[in-house]
Design a protein around this ligand. Structure first.
Ligand code: UDP
Ligand code: MG
Length: 136
């Protein structure tokens, strides 16, 4: 059964700020993800608003976009069989307090907003999000 997929992962500002990017990348590699593309960038708030448009009606939207644009991030295209769901599982629950042992958010997440990583939630959204950061 070959179901090779790509997903978009972001190491968020709270983790980059703590110099956790190399460590988190090693976790992805050790779990069988190939880092096909990566770049360290800082985005404008307007770009964060576009990226998180699906959340524009939520109360946390403005803070979320301010936060994502507050410092450098590492955007990556991860490839693996079942990459989208396997990455969601490896990341853990949105709120680090609820994240399972062994997940990235359990290990590094500070709070529901500073939860260290983003991962696409479907194959369809992965394509859109990969294009957002890597279409040239
Ligand atoms: N978020 C937040 N407060 C909330 C819910 C979400 O600050 O009550 C932030 C959090 O950083 C999360 C992001 O908004 O990672 C996107 O929310 P989503 O529900 O898509 O969670 P995810 O897919 O990242 O687990
Ligand atoms: Mg999400």
């Amino acid at each position: 059964m070959n179901n090779l997929e790509e997903t978009l992962s972001i190491i968020k500002p709270d983790a980059v700020e703590r110099n956790l990017d190399s460590e988190i990348k090693e976790i992805f590699k050790s779990k069988g993800f190939l880092i096909k593309k990566e770049k360290k960038i800082q985005i404008e708030k307007s770009e964060a608003e576009k990226f998180y448009k699906v959340h524009e009606t939520k109360a946390f939207f403005d803070d979320l976009c301010t936060y994502l644009s507050s410092g450098p991030i590492v955007a990556m295209v991860l490839e693996k069989e079942n990459a989208v769901l396997d990455n969601r599982e490896l990341m853990g629950a949105t709120n680090p307090k609820d994240a399972a042992e062994g997940t990235i958010r359990k290990k590094y997440g500070i709070s529901i907003d500073k939860n260290s990583v983003h991962g696409s939630d479907s194959v369809e959204n992965a394509k859109i999000e990969i294009d957002f950061f890597f279409k040239d």
